[in-house]
Design a protein around this ligand. Structure first.
Ligand SMILES: [Zn+2]
Length: 419
């Protein structure tokens, strides 16, 4: 049976202008047709289910390329929970993403490998949840963060240890390898500008990951660490706070298709926080780096560095389900509304290496989509507005919707979430 979604404005995630009076046909969980209603002929079809959306907006399900399912926005960034509670916390946070229209997440620092179990349970159909691209543990040198984020870090010093740490993540099922090349903002005593791994360690990590066909995501703030990571051939640069200091390196990233994942939302959430539970060291470090992070995004975008959206949800006051506000902050830093949206759809899928089947509403891609009552391009904050969001589809089935709805029961997953 085909599902024909008609009377929609289609924003397909490629960057193409929205198509008014459009129509989307889903066959076996995939997009079979997406375009203007006049271009579709259904003469051959008999078994169809029609859904008239009365002019609402249909977009690809959003992809968040930087989340921490093991964190729930704790003010002091302390994620710890005993294993059983942590597994439930990861599942709950994963579901908050899906119910908010984030149909795919890339977790760049899990907890004691529990996220792999949660993913298996979702894949078996036992629980609803988003697609998950997982890094497993955050590979780091010996430093304070390793004790603060017990369960998230894998300490590795020296080339041999680094290679072994990569192999462990691959063994556990990692899709991508995450490394901390510089100090962190959210580690007390961590200095974001400081380089952590040496050049030989960074190169060994990238080589080992690539050997297994895995991409590398590098956490880096300081320019020296960014340079080492970019020159070693990483795929995505996370944060990239001081990237603006080296325009030539920006050109190199553009030429080599290395993505920047800027993670601006967390800094703004902390700076605007009225919550006095935010430790002073977290507040001060964010105030010191936020302007530079926004400038780096602006310069990278202007130089045609590909940009992918990553909210870093899970970090202080940065709650799962509010991820899409990152798209708004990217616009505030100088991207057009459409470019910012593409960073959370088509470009995000490219940064994961999953773009042959995910990220846009084009023929042959999986039918992961969100339906909004209002046009998110007019105000990107609508992407995180649960009154505008009507329902979420994953693989062509409704995975989340409001309690009150008039949608055909045949279109629902057996366990669906309420928005
Ligand atoms: Zn992070």
């Amino acid at each position: 049976m085909d599902t024909v979604i008609k009377n929609i404005t289609l924003i397909d995630g490629t960057g193409r202008e929205p198509i008014p009076d459009a129509l989307l046909v889903i066959r076996e969980g995939k997009v079979f047709y997406a375009g203007s209603a006049s271009g579709w002929s259904d003469a051959e079809e008999s078994d169809i289910l029609e859904l008239d959306l009365h002019g609402q907006y249909v977009l690809p399900g959003l992809i968040d390329c930087h989340v921490h399912l093991s964190g729930s926005g704790e003010a002091d960034s302390q994620f710890y929970a005993p294993a059983g509670s942590m597994a439930l916390k990861i599942l709950k946070n994963a579901q908050r993403n899906l119910a908010a229209g984030i149909t795919t997440v890339r977790d760049l620092g899990g907890w004691s490998e529990l996220e792999f179990d949660v993913r298996r349970a979702i894949q078996r159909g036992e629980f609803p949840g988003p697609r998950m691209c997982l890094a497993g543990r955050f590979i780091s040198i010996t430093e304070a963060g390793a004790e603060y984020y017990l369960g998230m870090y894998r300490v590795a010093d020296g080339v041999d240890e680094v290679r072994k740490a990569v192999r462990e993540q691959v063994k556990n099922g990692a899709d991508v390898i995450k490394m901390g090349v510089t100090g962190a903002v959210l580690v007390e005593g961590g200095v974001p500008g400081t380089t952590h791994f040496n050049e030989d360690e960074v190169c060994a990590l990238v080589e080992e990951a690539n050997k297994f066909g895995k991409r590398v995501a590098a956490h880096a703030h300081g320019i020296d660490g960014i340079r080492k990571a970019v020159q070693a051939g990483i795929n995505t640069l996370e944060h990239g706070t001081y990237l603006y200091q080296d325009p030539l390196l920006i050109t190199h990233m553009a030429g080599h298709g290395i993505f920047l994942v800027p993670t601006l939302k967390v800094g703004w959430d902390i700076i605007h926080a009225k919550d006095s539970n935010i430790p002073l060291w977290i507040m001060d470090k964010n105030k010191a780096t936020q302007g530079e992070a926004a400038l780096s995004l602006k310069m990278a975008h202007e130089a045609d560095v590909p940009i992918a959206m990553g909210s870093d949800v899970g970090t202080p006051l940065n709650f799962h389900g509010e991820n899409a506000l990152e798209v708004y902050w990217m616009q505030q830093a100088g991207m057009s509304a459409m470019d910012a949206l593409v960073s959370a759809t088509g470009n995000a899928a490219r940064s994961l290496g999953w773009d042959s089947w995910l990220g846009t509403l084009e023929k042959g891609k999986v039918a992961d989509l969100i339906v909004h009552e209002k046009n998110p391009l007019e105000d990107l904050r609508l992407l995180a507005d649960k009154t505008s969001l009507q329902f979420v589809m994953k693989d062509g089935m409704i995975a989340a919707c409001h309690t009150e709805h008039h949608l055909p029961p045949q279109l629902f997953e057996k366990n669906y979430l309420s928005i």
